[in-house]
Ligand binder design. Structure first.
Ligand SMILES: [Zn+2]
Length: 263
């Protein structure tokens, strides 16, 4: 599974976490401004992203909290209609860590029900809200028959994440390949707004290294973050450049998982 793939270059998986307002639902103190920041991802971010993916003919995986699907059924159905993949990203975007098992189970079940009701999709992949997978949630994923998780970072190639008897295919992520640590900012949590070049340098550099090693790289983005005008313009230029590069191919996570399981 950790051997280089047959493709002589970088396999890029574009993934988008469609958090929208769900991140703010669980907070005790949150104002309309922060909530509207999440909503921007649906109103402006998603249409821009769908447009560029369509223009360049690129596949992507959208990890969607159940509440986002319930609030914005048309937007989520549009992702599916465009041929993109939906993954599970919790229901209320509640972190598993520190929650009783029953709550973790409810978060998983309600997320599944929402994606089924809204889009008729049973997702095969899971991404933990805030990337803090617990042993309990891992057990629930295995029991529910999920094919992969994409929340851990123990390798930079697809690998098997294990805890005791439990194991699942991992399509790994990393904070340096996520737009949130670079640009994420809100009134409560604070954060920083890094220079655009820092994000581009990390993303380009990792893809170049992945090409040299003939491995995959998962890029994580959020429509409300990368969908801002100047950031989106940079993403579009980067994707145009990569789409024209013979040493780069794009796969949805389900395709990467299928290749990893076949080796
Ligand atoms: Zn998220």
């Amino acid at each position: 599974m950790s051997r280089p793939g047959a493709f002589a270059g970088a396999t890029v998986c574009l993934t988008f976490d469609v958090d929208a307002e769900s991140v703010y639902d669980a907070r005790e103190r949150v104002g309309l401004s922060s909530v509207s920041h999440g909503r921007f991802g649906i109103v402006r971010g998603l249409p821009r992203l769908l447009g560029v993916l369509d223009r360049l003919g690129l596949p992507a995986t959208f990890y969607v909290p159940g509440m986002t699907a319930r609030r914005y059924p048309d937007a989520i159905r549009a992702l599916v209609a465009a041929g993109h993949e939906l993954g599970h990203h919790g229901h209320r975007h509640l972190e598993s860590l520190g929650r009783p098992l029953e709550q973790q189970a409810r978060e998983l079940d309600e997320g599944l029900a929402a994606l089924d009701d809204v889009a008729g999709v049973r997702p095969a992949g899971y991404r933990s809200p805030s990337w803090e997978l617990t042993a309990e949630t891992l057990g629930l994923l295995v029991d529910a028959g999920f094919a992969w998780d994409s929340s851990c970072m123990g390798d930079d190639r697809p690998y098997v994440e294990r805890h005791g008897e439990l194991e699942i295919l991992e399509l790994p992520v990393h904070w340096s390949l996520d737009d949130w640590p670079f640009f994420g900012f809100d009134a409560v949590a604070g954060g920083r707004i890094a220079a655009l070049g820092a994000w581009l340098e990390a993303t380009r550099g990792e893809i170049a290294h992945a090409a040299a090693e003939r491995r995959a790289v998962t890029i994580t983005m959020h429509p409300e973050v990368i969908g801002r005008g100047y950031r989106f313009a940079a993403l579009e230029r980067l994707l145009q450049e990569l789409a024209a590069d013979d040493a780069v191919r794009f796969l949805a996570h389900r395709q990467l998982a299928a290749e990893a399981l076949a080796t």
